[in-house]
Ligand binder design. Structure first.
Ligand code: FE2
Ligand code: FE2
Length: 193
């Protein structure tokens, strides 16, 4: 199974690296960071199925690499189901990844119930505390939107709050990140675009 997991991961890695829908940032500063953070969480919660967590990381945003930004949660979940079933993985294992991908945004698709799904959603949110993500997103919104920067900052504060309270699903992890959250709030609060 280990070999098959690695093969599927490599194939998805190639999809992401060669995608014309996302830049290198998405691969280097999102997916690789989420994977590292998710594996750190596996150390903290050793009952998690590590292979399921790794595959969840690689499938969760594959929709973005395939040009399906909107609805990418369900896209990734369906794509994982098809790919893993075709590769002979067992139903319970496949369902862990399907559920993790579907719920990783903790929005209208629901929140994860499995440990592996909680690890993915948490790692996805924690990745936003790395590589200046919040500045990047503010800059990108300001280029696309007609809203003034007060409105964009309000939108960003909402996103930061959602990451902290709705996506970090382990109390002890949330506690630890609060100083970073407060620091980012201060930085964003002081920016004038
Ligand atoms: Fe996502
Ligand atoms: Fe993600």
């Amino acid at each position: 199974m280990q070999n098959k997991v690695q093969q599927i991961k490599s194939s998805l890695e190639n999809h992401v690296k060669s995608s014309k829908h996302c830049d290198l940032w998405f691969y280097e500063e999102h997916i690789l960071v989420v994977e590292k953070l998710a594996l750190d969480l596996c150390e903290l919660y050793p009952k998690a199925n590590r292979d399921a967590v790794i595959l969840s990381v690689w499938f969760h945003d594959i929709g973005r690499a395939h040009g399906h930004d909107v609805g990418h949660d369900l896209y990734g979940s369906n794509y994982a189901k098809k790919t893993l079933t075709e590769n002979g993985f067992g139903k319970d294992f496949v369902n862990l990844i399907v559920e993790s991908c579907k719920t990783h945004s903790c929005d209208e698709n629901g929140k994860p119930n499995s440990l592996e799904g909680k690890i993915l959603a948490t790692a996805d949110a924690l990745s936003h505390y790395h590589n200046g993500f919040y500045l990047r997103i503010l800059y990108s919104w300001s280029r696309k939107s007609k809203n003034d920067y007060h409105q964009l900052k309000t939108k960003l504060f909402k996103k930061m709050k959602r990451d902290l309270n709705d996506k970090i699903l382990f109390d002890e992890v949330r506690e630890k990140i609060i100083p970073m959250y407060e620091a980012w709030q201060k930085i964003v609060g002081e920016i004038k675009l």
